[in-house]
Design a protein around this ligand. Structure first.
Ligand code: GDP
Ligand code: GDP
Length: 436
């Protein structure tokens, strides 16, 4: 799992500009399949070979111009609770404002790695103005310009020092599936977990104040063995905090990063809406397996096509990644609970699927040679060979003479063909075209 960096600070200091700069390069590489940035406030970044998640906390505050100080304070506190590293942004143009003071006051108590970035230092002259920020009592700072990028490299050098080296064997093959139950508040996550694991839930594990750690608890239910990823947040279950979208997103981020398969619970009476979509794409972006559970199905008045129509609506919203199982359940009556777990186990298996190179070429070469990518400027693109990469999640390389001419629609075509021939239901696939 990767560390979570939370960007905090009052409105207009440049948090979202910095956020975009941090995630842009990677988004361009990784997200070319879906082609869209699904969440403007959460993304993955990488520096010096270390991967981390970035959250722009400001993005979750609505009406950010005349925002109450109390609201900011709440956001900062949540960021402190849930993130691993805090990046506090201030603005050299404005200097220290009372709101900066208020945030700094909270941050002075923080035990986690904290970086202060004095932003909008676009030129050397402004660097001298930054010294006033020593008065915030947070120690040293980095001067940066989020607009032109200066200073951000040094900031990142220092920041990734705080991120542990990636552990090679974090996901080994013989481990049990790790499921995370995620979804918006009141979707029925706790009810589902209760239905799944019964009374054992009440066994309280000592969480000893380390919010970084999630707890994997092992269960054996309905003949399946699995770990349920439980974050401190789920156990605390404080409804007040949870009502903030920011909090549920944070919680989902943490749980998703620890899991193999994200069980995305939605409330049938509300449909698949913005926050559900965000959580769905969070899991996709992290290349996790996904099962969508439409909960509270007992509350829906059903006619002949109710389920089919409901399912269609969801699939429309998750295009182009539509090869995802959708199960209609009731945590209350326990309808299809077994099916839900069975499906999650299937997705776990699909995510581990490895296709032999010879088999893969047998199926895929015929297809790509019969339906080659369109010629560009009179040049023909020929794909000669393909293989599955030795990664934890399904990733494929196709070797071609002119890989730079291959566009997203063709990539999608190849992905669909792969999915037709091999069962990758519920699993994001990455496809790369490389020079042969
Ligand atoms: P947020 O509310 O903290 O997310 O702030 P934004 O990222 O929306 O930026 C607020 C304003 O500051 C925008 O007009 C940005 O273009 C501007 N801004 C952000 N970073 C810089 C910078 O490094 N230098 C200058 N001169 N302006 C910046
Ligand atoms: P969470 O916030 O996602 O953990 O949601 P909860 O499990 O606390 O459920 C929120 C509310 O929905 C509670 O009042 C539950 O009793 C109710 N609920 C959960 N699942 C179902 C279901 O399948 N059917 C019905 N009718 N109510 C449910």
């Amino acid at each position: 799992m990767s560390s979570i960096v939370a960007i905090v600070g009052r409105p207009n200091v440049g948090k979202s500009t910095l956020f975009n700069r941090l995630i842009k390069r990677r988004e361009a590489i990784v997200d070319s399949v879906s082609g869209v940035t699904r969440d403007r406030h959460y993304g993955k970044s990488e520096w010096n070979g270390k991967e981390f998640s970035v959250i722009d906390t400001g993005g979750y505050i609505v009406g950010s111009d005349d925002i109450f100080e109390g609201e900011i304070r709440k956001q900062v506190q949540l960021a402190i609770d849930e993130a691993d590293i805090i990046l506090f942004v201030v603005d050299v143009e404005q200097g220290i404002t009372p709101m900066d003071d208020a945030v700094a006051k909270i941050l002075r108590q923080v035990k986690k790695p904290l970086f202060m970035a004095v932003n909008k230092v676009d030129n050397a002259m402004r660097a001298a103005d930054a010294v006033e920020f020593y008065n915030l009592g947070l120690g040293d700072y980095h001067t940066i310009s989020s607009v032109n990028g200066s200073g951000t490299g040094e900031l990142l050098d220092a920041l990734v020092e705080e991120i542990p080296e990636p552990v090679e064997d974090e996901e080994t093959d013989n481990e049990l599936p790790r499921f995370a139950v995620v979804g918006r508040p009141n979707a029925g996550k706790s009810s589902l977990i209760n239905a799944l694991i019964g009374e054992e839930r009440n066994i309280v594990t000592n969480i000893a104040g380390t919010t970084r750690d999630t707890i994997d608890t092992k269960y054996n239910r309905f003949g399946f063995e699995f770990n349920l990823v439980d974050t401190a947040g789920i156990r605390k279950k404080s409804k007040v905090k949870e009502d903030l979208e920011f909090y549920s997103v944070m919680r989902a981020v943490r749980a998703i990063e620890h899991c193999d398969v994200a069980i995305v619970v939605i409330d049938a009476t509300r449909g698949f809406e913005g926050q559900d979509e965000k959580i769905f794409w969070l899991a996709e972006k992290n290349r996790k397996g996904i099962v969508v559970l439409v909960n509270k199905w007992d509350l829906i008045e059903k006619e002949t096509n109710t389920m089919r129509d409901f399912e269609r609506q969801i699939r429309k919203k998750i295009e182009p990644f539509t090869d995802v199982p959708i199960v209609f359940i009731s945590a209350l009556t326990k309808q299809r609970i077994f099916k839900a777990i069975e499906t999650a186990v299937d997705v776990f298996e699909n995510r581990k699927r490895k296709i032999q190179t010879s088999k893969l070429n047998e199926t895929m070469l015929d297809i790509v040679q019969n339906f080659p990518p369109p010629a560009i400027k009179g040049k023909f693109v020929k794909i000669k060979y393909c293989m599955q990469l030795p990664t934890h999640t399904p990733q494929f390389a196709f070797f071609a003479n002119l890989p730079q001419y291959i566009r997203d629609p063709y990539k999608r075509f190849v992905e669909n063909k792969l999915r037709e021939h091999y069962d990758f239901t519920g699993v994001p696939i990455s496809i790369y075209f490389r020079q042969k």
